[in-house]
Design a protein around this ligand. Sequence first.
Ligand SMILES: [Zn+2]
Length: 91
Amino acid sequence: MQNVGAALPERGDVCPKCGVHIPQFAELSDSDAVRIRHLITNQRPTMAMQELRSATGCPIAWAKIWVQHRGSTASAFGKMIVAWDWGVIDG
Ligand SMILES: [Zn+2]
């Protein structure tokens, strides 16, 4: 995870819609993933990103991609992603 900066992930499933790789975190435990997905379901993307970063130490850009896609292409396209106010996070 060193020196990745704000670079986009180069591994993981490619989202057919955005064309970005959805990062997969070996260090993310199942229980953490469940908790973070729960936050996403409850419309708390900012908190979900914070939880993901504290669990994995990943860059903000990666956390945003992961949260936007619920951690995988399959789950992202199983249901419509709610239009969150991502502007707050981009700042
Ligand atoms: Zn996408």
